[in-house]
Write a protein that binds this ligand. Structure first.
Ligand SMILES: [Zn+2]
Ligand SMILES: [Zn+2]
Ligand SMILES: [Zn+2]
Length: 334
């Protein structure tokens, strides 16, 4: 039997329907050889080809070992969709608004090792990745033209990714992405009504109920949201209120790296090499300490193709109830 469930932040309804066919053409998977090399001479992000990808915006070094001397690098996207050095210009053409493509487009190379896949990468390396995002946010927010830094990671060509080497991307924009804007508005409405953060309330309820929980540690939980749009949709969120990722403490980032690796290991165990998209929803760059917003990571495994009703009407039909997905990820069979 199908049911409707409402997302408490965006007030969006989704259909959870266990009888809805996933896709009889088979589930997507990222085709990777078992013996993926640690270093690939043809990969643009592997050590030895640093000069290929342009000037570095950030580098974390370590003592050279086997010819490798860095942990993390951030470089400008070779084919950027936006550029910081452009002047901001705005125009209206009748009912249409236009703005020059000012912004930042950066690639975060998460590891020198080609085969550090999301379920294999070590927590101490992931912690460095989060420090790099933290440092880039602090740097980019000095450019007051930028209002948002959108951090995301795509894995597998079904998610739009072309390079296997562990990497993610940051796009800084003068505007706030529509989904984040909706979450900010939804959070503010809830706060005006109840004087509490909707995300904090969600965390409390999920921890108490337990049935959608995937993992937890001192500072974070990961869980399958009540109104999940996609099968095995999983969020990672700090348990204490924090509107901006860049306000995280050392303990936060340590615990974040732990829960991140644990969550991806669990996803891999159930959905081997599944393509996915991961996005960070964060507070706007030029604001701080918002009482009604709470930063988080959203992970969407891509099991099948996205149907038109989701693209055109935001009507999502999810065949896997989040309780069922969470139980599978916790290693309990239903
Ligand atoms: Zn590589
Ligand atoms: Zn909160
Ligand atoms: Zn969100």
């Amino acid at each position: 039997m199908s049911e409707f469930r409402k997302d408490p932040v965006q007030n969006r309804w989704v259909i959870i329907d266990p009888d809805y066919p996933i896709d009889d053409r088979g589930l997507y998977t990222v085709d990777l050889p078992d013996d993926l090399p640690a270093l690939d001479p043809d990969c643009p992000f592997c050590p030895g080809r640093e000069a290929l990808v342009g000037p570095e915006l950030l580098r974390y070094n370590f003592i050279p070992k086997d010819g490798v001397d860095w942990d993390i690098r951030v470089v400008p996207n070779r084919v950027p969709v936006l550029r910081v050095e452009t002047q901001i210009e705005k125009e209206a053409d009748g009912i249409y608004d236009w703005m020059s493509g000012v912004g930042a487009d950066e690639i975060l190379i998460e590891s020198p090792y080609h085969n550090d896949l999301p379920h294999r990468i070590q927590p101490n390396r992931v912690e460095q990745v989060f420090w790099a995002i933290h440092d880039r946010i602090l740097d980019l927010r000095k450019d007051t033209r930028l209002n948002y830094l959108f951090y995301f990671k795509n894995f597998g060509h079904q998610a739009g990714d072309v390079v296997v080497h562990p990497h993610s991307r940051m796009i800084g924009t003068p505007f706030i992405p529509a989904t984040v804007e909706e979450e900010l508005l939804g959070g503010e409405e809830y706060f005006d009504l109840k004087e509490r953060c909707v995300f904090c309330d969600m965390v409390k309820q999920e921890m108490k109920a337990g049935l959608r929980m995937v993992a937890e540690n001192e500072y974070f939980i990961s869980f399958c949201p009540y109104a999940s749009r996609y099968p095995f949709e999983t969020w990672i969120i700090p348990t204490g209120h924090l509107s901006h990722f860049e306000a995280s403490s050392k303990n936060h980032l340590y615990n974040l790296a732990e829960i991140y690796t644990e969550t991806f290991k669990k996803l891999h165990k159930v959905l081997e090499n599944v393509p996915f998209a991961m996005v960070m929803h964060n507070g706007p760059l030029q604001e701080e300490d918002l009482p009604y917003f709470h930063w988080h990571l959203e992970i969407y495994p891509i099991l099948t193709c996205c149907p038109g009703q989701a693209m055109g009407g935001q009507i999502y039909t999810n065949p896997v109830a989040p309780e069922q997905a969470a139980a599978a990820l916790r290693g309990e069979s239903e």
